[in-house]
Design a protein around this ligand. Sequence first.
Ligand code: GLU
Length: 481
Amino acid sequence: MTPPRVRFAPSPTGFLHVGGARTALFNWLFARRHAGTFVLRIEDTDRTRSNPRMTEAILNGMTWMGLDWDEGPIFQLDGEARHREDALALLAAGSAYRCFCSPELLETRRAELATAGSERGYDQHCRNVTPEESAARAAAGEPFALRFRVPAGETSWDDAVYGPIRFNNADIEDFVILRSDGTPVYNMAVVSDDIEMAITQVIRGEDHISNTPKQILLYRALGAPLPVFAHVPMILGPDGKRLSKRHGATAVEEYQSQGILPDALVNFLALLGWSPGNDDEILSRDEMVARFSLDAINKKSAVFDAQKLEWMNGRYMAVTPAAELAPLVAARMVAHGIIDDSFLASHQDWLSRLIDLLRTRARTVDELALQTQPYLSESVHYDGDAVAQHWKDVGAVRERLERIRTRIAPLDRWEPEALEVEIRGVATDLGVGAGKVIHPLRVALTGVDKSPGIFEVAAILGRDVVLHRIDAALRSLGNGS
Ligand code: GLU
């Protein structure tokens, strides 16, 4: 097989949607699998809806996901002269004709055809204008659009995902390829570009299936070989409806700011519609590249399960080096007002240690950032349930906390192991189980009844904070009377 050339061709009319990101990913995986070329083409021909800010957001999203492209970004608008030349070549060859119908006339006929129950919206009124008359009217300055002369018969292709797909040409109207203002329409631009860029596989969303027969007709009329078409199924929300904002975040940027890791999102999106052939769920990029094939894309629509994405992200968070997570966590801590911008520079190691302590309890970077709060706040907020459960016997709790304070205050090495010896020692001295000492201490230090190992927590808080919090707890407990 000659190395394939594939492309991702987003329109910069919105942010990078997870559906678009998945299309980009499948193209990228296919290109990398076969040592091919991945082209990025920005389809900016809709001047009113295209926005350079969206182009930037798309490029940023792809870069963040690690979907590097080999050529581009190529801007479709730059190829407009070629699109027009191709359309005019079709006119010269007789595959297209001039249509002189005014927009008002077209509208009236469209309404008549719709009433008559026709699939077509154009009655081919100008199809039989003779070439001589057509040329004369154009020369006289009459405005015209170019329409493709759809031949009789059928148009079919063997879709790499959906299998054979067939359209009756009688249902395809003689579509416009060049508007009366000289601008090419979408299908003309796409085909002209895909031919120019020698694209061998067109991998795109299934919402384009209805465009494909028109595009195939254009390829044939232009004498160009057809690429393979692979339409990837839609992404649905959990309620079975097309994924939309109603279901929550749909833009890659939103996941980025929520603290989803790019590798986790890539892994998750890859499995939306593609199966590696077994139940494997955590796959590295290399594994995905090695195993990717268009045949293994499922025809059935895929359901976007945000909880599964979070679960997967948790798995990635567990293995990502703390130093790599630190800037991401710090950014979310700044966003939540927990720290300011200068914090990370002076606390890099401390934050990495805290991340190591907390990471298994968080599924997103954002969750982790929020969990850092008790380690940085001035005072502890005591959770009512935790107090009711672990500080019930005020006299006994006071005694245990006082004893802990006395034993740990003078420690030479403020480290988990040394702290553990002293804290467990209190339980031994009092003849109670270790839990009777550890739980009240946890409430004193964190305010809640669940945290990472309390000896590590005490170590990372540092001596001053721990003693200060024990004192505050003792004050809060009162004398028990
Ligand atoms: N620009 C089109 C879109 O964003 C994609 C066209 C294609 O992949 O052929 O939906």
